[in-house]
Design a protein around this ligand. Sequence first.
Ligand SMILES: Cc1cc2nc3c(=O)[nH]c(=O)nc-3n(C[C@H](O)[C@H](O)[C@H](O)COP(=O)(O)OP(=O)(O)OC[C@H]3O[C@@H](n4cnc5c(N)ncnc54)[C@H](O)[C@@H]3O)c2cc1C
Length: 552
Amino acid sequence: MKRIVIVGGVAGGMSAAARLRRLDAQSEIVVLEKSGHVSYANCGLPYFVGGVISNEEALLLQTPESLYKRFRLDVRVGAEVITIDRASKTITFIHNGESDLLGYDKLILSPGAAPIRPNIPGIERAMSLRTIEDVEVMTAAVTKLPKSAAIIGGGFIGLELAENLHHRGIDTSIIEAQDQVLAPLDPEMATFVEAELRKNGVKLYLGNSLTSINKETVTLASGTEVAAELLIISIGVRPESALAESAGLAIGDRGGIAVNEFNQTSDPDIYAIGDAAEKKDAIDGSATLIPLANIANRHGRIVADHIAGKKIRPISSQGTAIVKVFHLTIATSGWNEKRLAAANRPFLAIHSHPASHAGYYPGAQGMSLKLLVDPNTHQILGIQGVGKGGVDKRIDVIATAMRGGITAPELADLELAYAPPFGSAKDPVNMLGYIAENILSGLTPTAQWSEVEEKVAQGYSILDVRSVGEVDRGTLPGAINIPIDEIRERKSDLPFGKILVTCQVGQRGHAATRLLREMGYNAINLDGGYMTWSNSPANNLLSEPLRKEVSK
Ligand SMILES: Cc1cc2nc3c(=O)[nH]c(=O)nc-3n(C[C@H](O)[C@H](O)[C@H](O)COP(=O)(O)OP(=O)(O)OC[C@H]3O[C@@H](n4cnc5c(N)ncnc54)[C@H](O)[C@@H]3O)c2cc1C
């Protein structure tokens, strides 16, 4: 009989413990958890703050007693592991104020990641969200009905909290040092989210960092003072690797515990999983940190299988993530354009704005998708989606395609479930495949929203092929309007030379570009059309009078 000790009893740790027991009825399995609870639903915490989940018990998926009853696990809460002696294979932990020792045959580290807290005077009054104890403190503060809340950090948890504090009737601000919220999105996709936050009354301070914390306000680098009776810090997490480091285990370049494909650390009897461990990036194979629940759970199972001597399939991580912000769903997988550009990796970007299901069936809602593709191998490098309905399904299909090595044009071949209330005969996923095929085969060259100015400087004239009514509501500066159906008859009105075609979302633009190219013109299509351009920072960069003219 061997003893397996697990440090951290939530996502990764508890998955490993339960799987181990299902594979091995004999071994002693001890789980040591620093906080007062195990197996709690940390992903549900923001919704408890907002009162959407009203019963704290619902967040506590298991207790030490239930885990003993079902799995004969020895789970100790309030037990913090403070040292690992690898030579004697012993850990030291503090439990109920007493120091104790425990030997192990195998040790699994799943201590998670801690919220980053900037070293600013007054930071003590800022709350963060990680554990049940944290949510109790935050909920107690919220029920005192503060008038205002400032959230530092516009990432996933910050945005979830903003929505939930708003539900509580608190005047909420988000302060974000970057020029956009949700860093995994590219800026022209993030603007949809920013608009939704503003529409719902959340104040946004972008490109603005916190400089001082005052009694009931905070001051930003711009000098602006923001009401902050309640102050929340949510600027990211750092892996809890100090325990491993002090035991002499290798730490990776990203600051997480370095592991091999079986999640073994530099000591083969010690495994590391979850947010504390580095992962292998699915796109370039590099070491990465991806603090998400799915990966922590999956790695917990892999480690249990490895310890039990089962054959395992090592996995890499895509970082597939999803978040709800008021009425929007935002989801991503793989790399974004910012990261591809920074890595000097060639890519093709495709923007599409389809409906969630057949437009003629009631309730169809718009969404925006952005696919990133390797122009040489056609590998899917990343996907981003923002919309009201159906985004989750499309991102999950594409994340699965990425895992399976399906190329971008092959998305056209996927046979997806269709009836009018659910999708379209040409599903938005298939459409991305069709667009990729058209561009990659050279049928319809495209330009990005960020290249419009450059194209104009290169001598392109902009041709808007939408109806006069649509163009009246706004178009690109200097665009000539010839609706698509009039192109054949109005040949003499067409601009000379090179033409950059635009429409609303890129679809009529594709048809017009094809027609113009067949007519002998050097025409290219504006990817994602006016919808992408008008939501992009390119539009925001226009001077105020020009922007007014553009979107009259
Ligand atoms: C508010 C919030 C919302 C989230 N929402 C989502 C979401 O919607 N989707 C998603 O995919 N992910 C989400 N996550 C991230 C997800 O919860 C984590 O990726 C996942 O829980 C990581 O699992 P883990 O086992 O590595 O760490 P955790 O689940 O954090 O567990 C680590 C545990 O180890 C304990 N510990 C640390 N050090 C020691 C020690 N020395 N001794 C004993 N115990 C120790 C800690 O107290 C902690 O309870 C969210 C996280 C938070 C905080």
